[in-house]
Design a protein around this ligand. Sequence first.
Ligand code: SF4
Ligand code: SF4
Length: 337
Amino acid sequence: MFKADLCKLCGDCLVKCQWMEADKAQAVDWMKAMTSGQQTPVLSQCITCFACNEYCPQKANPFDLIAALQEKYDVFASKEAARLQEAAYAFNKPLTGYPTAPRIMSTCVFDKTHPHLMQGEIYDLPRASGKPYFCWMLFGHWGIESIQRDHAREMVDRLAMTGAEEIVCFHDDCYAMLATLAPGYGIDVPFRPVHLSEHLVMHLRNNRHRIKPLNIDIAYQRPCASHYTPEKEHFLDELFQLAGVRRVSRTYDRVDAMCCASIMLLLGNGDPVPYQEKNVLDSRRNGAQAMVCLCPGCMDGMAAVAAANRMPVIFLGDLARMALGEIEVPSLDDGAG
Ligand code: SF4
Ligand code: SF4
C-alpha cells in the first residue's frame, strides 16, 4: 500500500525510473498530481517493474500508488477484460490430492510450462503445483492489483493445507507474494517461505565435496519481483560463490536491475527489444560469458535478443546442477567485448 504519510514528494522514484524521461521538476509535479488521485503520463509509461518501491528512500511504495491509479483509470485492462482473465486463472473446486510433508516446493504454473527447469535431485521434494497455488502477481503486472490482492489469501490458505513448515518457492513472484505482499495485506503466512536461491545454497553447501567450480563470469538478470524482497540477495551471492562463478559488476544489476521488458507486449506500451539489447550489451561489455536468470519468464523473454548477441542464458537452478556435474555447461566464449 502507498504510504502517503511517508512520501516527501521528492520525485526521486520517477527520476530514477528506467522507463520514462522525467527531470526532478516534472517528477515532483507528477507525484503531486498522483497523490491527489489524478491521471498522469506515468500511468501508461510505467511497465509495472516494481522498481520504484525499492528506489524510494522513504519506503513509501510509489508503485502501489501508480498501480491503484492504473486500475482506477483502466490504463491497461478494462474492468471487463480483467474479470475474464480472473475467471480464466481461478480455481473454484475443493482442493484434493495436495502434498503433505514438512517441506514442499510450490511450482506455481511452471510444472506444466517449464518442466525441464525442475529436473534432478535438487527438485526431489513433494510439489504443490498448478492453478490452486497460482500467486496472481501477473495481475499486479497488468495494472489490476486488486485481483492479486483479492486472491492472495486463498493461495496462502491452500499452501497452508499441506501442513508444511517450509515452502520452497520455485518462482520469485510466489516468494514475493508470500514473504512481502501477503503479510502486507494483513494475511498471516503460517509457514516459512523459502526462496529458490536459499534452497540451492543449502543443497550446494550439503554437497560441497561434489562441486567442480565453473570458473565463468556471469551477468545476473534480477527479476522484477526481487524488488519486493532485496533481503534475500545474499543467497544469490553465496550461490554464485559456491558454484565458482563471478557475478560481473554492471549497470543493470541489484537495485538497478532492468526488467526483461517482456511485459511491454502484454501492456501494449512499447517495444521491448531495444531495452533487452541494452541489457544484454551491458552484460557483454562488462565481461559476462552468460546471463543467469532466476525467472523462467525472463529467460523466454530475453531468449531471442540474447541469441542474436551470442549470449547464452542459463537458469539459476541449472547453474547449481552444472556445478554438481549433473548437466553440461553450454559452450561459452571468453566474454571479451
Ligand atoms: S514515493 Fe518516495 S521517492 Fe517517490 S516522491 Fe515519495 S518519497 Fe520521493
Ligand atoms: S514500476 Fe517501474 S516502470 Fe513503473 S514507475 Fe516504477 S520504476 Fe517506473
